[in-house]
Write a protein that binds this ligand. Structure first.
Ligand code: ATP
Ligand code: MG
Ligand code: MG
Ligand code: MG
Length: 565
């Protein structure tokens, strides 16, 4: 490719409304342009990078045994009514109506469509397991689109859905997908973590998120530096926290419910039966360190209490300070103030059964702590609480806790029978009995990865692409090409040899000053650069510089190709 035929859309000025570095650099390097809030055009350079990511994802999905399909982006409302999500999904679902007054939505995800496909196509266990995926534009009417393509309203997602006759088969494919995701992010050259994710809103099943580590990340993840332990929770969707809390009135003593000294007392207040078991304990604290919510999730009864009863009974807790919380919970609740974003609370003697815990902030800016146990624990067993902070040993006994920011680039989920049950999707098993399908879903934010990679790989000059994502491998920058015949001849010859060798090379044949050419090639993040000028050429040499190198080195003209390999 020659820059004279390529849309080099670099900008000198830093765009004013771009808050994070990847957004600024994607605009400045000419990868994207904004059409409207959360809607972006991918320019040639950006699209090249996007396609690279797509290719890696596609290759690894195929290798893992998944099959590519393409489903419509426009989905009929009837399917979403069947699953119950037409009501549940809320305003993020962009709904449209056709000329016959029928309701549709623009797909934010495709569980309903693919379940409908499979229930019509597959009738026997013999055709299972089946893993279908697509790489397609998704639409979500995000409440706050921001950071460019990081959180946009239209974005490219790889979404896969697997179907199984048994839960064991689902687990097997889930593990294969976990490994495939690891391979994808390793190939892309990203520093990432797979973390346990919250399953609260769906319940029971296993879920992992893949996070690219970056300070600008919207999530907090906790992991051990000495083991595989890692966890996160997306609180915003799981929390009842956006419900406005009653305004404080009266003194603490007046507000705190009399007689509530232990979890057992609390349960009595909440009307939870003493035999209730708890799977998850969710604690939410406000900026000033006061507790604003305590949510117990477990059996059916508890979930009901979370939704309907806690709201009322929690109001005495709303103004409770640390001491009151300690009193309420029996012992040792830590402060939940802003300095302690990394605070974790786990039950001392319940720690042996700890599956994961994590912390974060919800959309209201409240700090949130989520504790999960591998089995439902009877309430008395979790009554003793203590605080764990960054730097402490991990919960699994290996290494020390680290807490970092992450960008969610992938999410895998054992859905179980949630959709297949609602949509009546089953097969005949080997005994000829009708069984409900088990299902998994696996998403990757293809376009978000481009931004996340830049958050991790940039310097003062611009983007520094990991090899697998680079739009071009090599930039050839001839100096004075339009005046010097020797330079033009040498540049054209090298360009031709690179093209013949199958390299993706950009020849900067613009009649621009060297400074401008260098700055553009660096901003665009091209990993290798060869400068061809009269002075070095007189010695039969070219100048090579890697994108991360500080100095150029001279290379004999004849050795250039070998040097590049
Ligand atoms: P988030 O927590 O960031 O809102 P999500 O949990 O809603 O993401 P999923 O439903 O898990 O997203 O979708 C799979 C992947 O799609 C995510 O892991 C993320 O990488 C990507 N993704 C989700 N929403 C967006 C968006 N608005 N813009 C770009 N990528 C997105
Ligand atoms: Mg979301
Ligand atoms: Mg999420
Ligand atoms: Mg997710």
């Amino acid at each position: 490719m020659r820059t004279s035929h390529f849309l080099v859309a670099t900008l000198k000025e830093t765009p004013a409304d771009a808050e994070i570095i990847s957004h600024r650099l994607m605009l400045r390097a000419g990868l994207i342009r904004k059409l409207s809030s959360g809607l972006y055009t991918w320019l040639p350079l950006g699209l090249k990078v996007l396609r690279k990511v797509e290719t890696v994802v596609r290759e690894e999905m195929n290798r893992a045994g998944a099959q590519e399909i393409s489903m419509p982006m426009i989905q009929p409302a009837e399917l979403w009514q069947e699953s119950g999500r037409w009501e549940q999904y809320g305003p993020e679902l962009l709904r449209i109506r056709d000329r016959h007054d029928r309701d549709f939505c623009l797909g934010p995800t495709h569980e309903e469509v693919v379940t409908d496909l499979v229930r019509n196509e597959i009738s026997s266990y013999r055709h299972l397991p089946l893993n279908l995926y697509q790489i397609q534009t998704k639409v979500r009417d995000e409440i706050r689109p921001r950071f460019g393509v990081m959180r946009s309203r239209e974005f490219l997602m790889k979404d896969a859905y697997s179907f199984h006759a048994t839960a064991d088969s689902l687990r097997e494919t889930y593990n294969v997908m976990h490994a495939a995701y690891t391979a994808i992010f390793e190939r892309l050259g990203l520093s990432f973590r797979a973390v346990l994710a919250d399953t609260g809103s769906i319940g029971g099943s296993t879920s992992h998120e893949f996070h690219v580590l970056a300070d600008s990340g919207e999530d907090s993840i906790a992991f051990s530096d000495g083991s595989d332990y890692a966890a996160n929770v997306e609180m915003a969707s799981a929390m009842p926290a956006s419900t406005p809390r009653p305004a404080p009135s009266g003194t603490l003593e007046e507000i705190a419910t009399p007689g509530v000294k232990t979890i057992a007392d609390l349960c009595q207040q909440l009307g939870i039966s003493p035999s209730a078991t708890v799977k998850t304990l969710l604690v939410e604290g406000s900026e000033d360190g006061s507790l604003v919510a305590l949510v117990l999730r477990g059996d059916h009864e508890l979930n009901t209490i979370k939704a309907e009863k806690l709201e009322g009974v929690a109001s005495p807790l709303v103004m409770a300070d640390e001491d009151t919380v300690k009193a309420l919970c029996g012992a040792g609740f830590g402060s939940l103030g802003p300095r302690n974003l990394g605070v974790k609370v786990i039950a001392d003697h319940a720690a042996a059964h700890l599956a994961d815990f994590s912390c974060g902030a919800n959309r209201d800016g409240h700090h949130v702590i989520n504790v999960n146990w591998e089995r439902d624990l009877p309430l008395p067993e979790i009554a003793d609480l203590r605080e764990v902070v960054a730097g402490d040993p991990s919960p699994d006994g290996n290494g020390r806790l680290q807490i970092k920011r992450g960008i969610e680039v992938g999410h895998i989920f054992q859905l179980g029978t949630k959709y297949s049950e609602a949509m009546n999707a089953g097969v005949l098993d080997e005994n000829g009995r009708q069984v409900t399908l088990h299902m998994g879903c696996y998403g990757i934010g293809v376009s978000r990865i481009v931004a996340a990679a830049i958050e991790q790989n940039h310097d003062e000059q611009g983007i520094v692409w990991p090899t697998a994502m680079a739009p071009f491998t090599l930039a050839i920058v001839p100096l004075n090409m339009h005046k010097s015949e020797a330079v033009a001849r040498s540049a054209e010859a090298l360009y031709q040899r690179c093209v013949d060798a199958g390299m993706e090379v950009l020849l900067d044949d613009r009649n621009e000053r060297p400074g401008i050419k260098f700055a553009d090639m660096e901003l665009m993040g091209i990993p290798h650069r060869i400068v061809i000028g009269d002075r070095a050429l007189a010695d039969g040499e070219l100048e090579y510089k890697g994108r991360r190198d500080t100095d150029a080195v001279r290379v004999p003209e004849g050795d250039a190709m070998a040097f590049l390999h």
